[in-house]
Ligand binder design. Structure first.
Ligand code: UD1
Ligand code: CA
Length: 451
């Protein structure tokens, strides 16, 4: 089997981004753009990718981690010079080298695969991707001979008037025969801009009478390269559309895709409906038959089946099945709502577990609490969990009825079957099946629990 090694160029400064952040780490649908290039290259290759880093090298390395091997291009002297840095790792190795640019997040794995397959069948030393487009976007132009064969790539800055009019553009993805590549790179002439252009390898092959093969693509969207924040927004919009389309094809209803923002790592089950203005971030997963939104933001949250989340903000939370929450509900880190929990309007839950069937209808704050099954949290209940220095736990048993406007001053334990009167300020533990009232609340009588 041929070894196919990707080399991803990610050393450029990205000057046109005007940013402190290296261009490669600017996010598209929640993920640094370089990850998309990495995923596409990996799918089409047999070997761990080599990433050429330079500008912001440490940050890029830290973000990519184990997914690639790294070589450093100390000075950014052009794309040809960048590839040359990989020779220390790959020189002397047979097979194919797949070169892509880290700033092209929309290039699909299948397209890169086609490029590799075409080069595998090519007697010549390289195959490249081109696209025919009305808007040249500053891309290199593909110059062809009268017989239609590829002659050269001319960068826009060097192109003459007739070359500027050429509609066939260099996409920026190439597959090379390894041993030819390393010798050719050393022969690239210095451009008038003082750079070594990878694109000049085309003319070098032609000079040697070796055939250069071009695959002409038709989808301009795949070729969006990110050089400025305007392109970043274009890439974001195109990626968002691609992600939404994939979910719809998997059985998710998206009422208004234009206003529904789903990041790359999100999973959604079939027959779930997303209403407009819904944002799903990070490692969020949603089960089947849920209704989410409108106007909902969910981050890194796991949601089971048949849940309803209306106008809510959820972060790092867990919802089991059949949970019903909102409008205007907020879950913060560590909120865990069991099966059939109902959480109504203006509630907030943080670092707390609400067991099966808990009802919390209106205006409550529950923090650092464990609440037993089928307990009812009355309107305006607050766990007073913070004494100004430390957080304290509240434990509430099953079948408890917390009356409206109860203040639960933690640390506190309320036994199963207990009840608090409206407006109670509870500062002492309450035994099982006991009614407490007042401020501070004190025991007044023993209760009989309903079976
Ligand atoms: C490049 C191509 C152009 C093509 C276009 C498609 C060259 C000379 N030109 O132009 O033909 O149409 O992409 O998007 O290749 N990089 C390095 N080290 C360097 C310079 C660049 O690693 O010294 C990396 C950048 O980080 C980037 C990629 O190479 O990921 C492309 O560089 P960029 O400057 O964006 O090239 P373009 O002007 O877009
Ligand atoms: Ca570019």
């Amino acid at each position: 089997m041929t070894t196919i090694t990707p080399v991803i160029l990610a050393a450029g400064q990205g000057t046109r981004m005007k940013s402190k952040l290296p261009k490669m780490l600017h996010k598209i649908c929640g993920q640094p753009m370089v990850f998309y290039a990495l995923d596409a290259a990996r799918a089409a290759s047999t070997d761990t990718p080599v990433m050429v880093v330079g500008h912001g090298a440490e940050a890029v390395r830290a973000a990519v981690g184990e997914a690639a091997r790294f070589v450093v291009q100390e000075e950014q002297l052009g794309t040809g010079h960048a590839v040359m840095q990989a020779e220390s790792l790959l020189g002397g190795q047979d097979g194919l080298v797949l070169v892509t640019y880290g700033d092209m997040p929309l290039l699909r794995a299948e397209t890169v695969q086609r490029l590799v397959e075409a080069q595998q069948a090519n007697p010549g030393p390289l195959t490249l991707l081109t696209v025919i487009a009305e808007d040249p976007r500053g891309f290199g132009r593909i110059v062809r001979n009268a017989d239609g064969t590829v002659k050269a790539i001319v960068e826009e800055a060097q192109a003459d008037t007739s070359q500027l009019a050429i509609k066939e553009l260099n996409v920026g993805a190439y597959c090379f025969r390894s041993e030819w590549l390393w010798t050719a790179l050393k022969r690239i002439p210095l451009s008038p801009k003082g750079e070594y252009y990878l694109t000049d390898t085309v003319a070098l092959a032609v000079e040697e009478n070796l055939p250069v093969q071009a695959i002409v693509m038709d989808d301009m969207v795949e070729t969006i390269g990110v050089n400025s924040r305007v392109h970043l927004a274009e890439a974001e919009a195109a990626m968002r559309k691609r992600i939404n389309t994939a979910h719809m094809l998997n059985g998710v209803t998206i009422i208004q895709p234009e206003t529904t923002y789903i990041e790359a790592g999100v999973r959604i089950g079939a027959d779930t409906v997303l209403w407009p203005n819904t944002y799903l971030h990070g490692k969020t997963s949603i089960g089947e038959d849920c209704t989410i939104g409108p106007n909902t933001i969910i981050r890194n949250t796991k949601i089971g089946d048949r849940c309803k989340v209306l106008m809510a903000d959820l972060e790092s939370a867990v919802l089991e099945n059949d949970v019903d929450m909102g409008p205007f509900a907020r879950l913060r880190k560590g909120a865990h709502l069991g099966n059939h929990v109902h959480m109504g309007n203006f509630g907030e839950v943080k670092d707390s577990h609400l067991a099966e069937g808990v009802k919390m209808g209106h205006f409550s704050y529950i923090g650092n609490a464990e609440i037993g099954a089928n307990t009812n949290i009355g309107a305006g209940t607050i766990t007073c969990n913070y004494d100004g220095a430390k957080k304290h736990p509240t434990t509430i048993g099953e079948d408890v009825f917390i009356g409206s406007d109860t203040m639960l001053v933690a640390p506190l334990t309320i036994g199963a079957g207990a009840r608090t009167g409206a407006g109670a300020v509870v500062t002492k533990n309450v035994p099982e099946d006991t009614l407490v009232v007042g401020m501070p609340a004190r025991a007044i009588r023993k209760l009989e629990r309903k079976k």
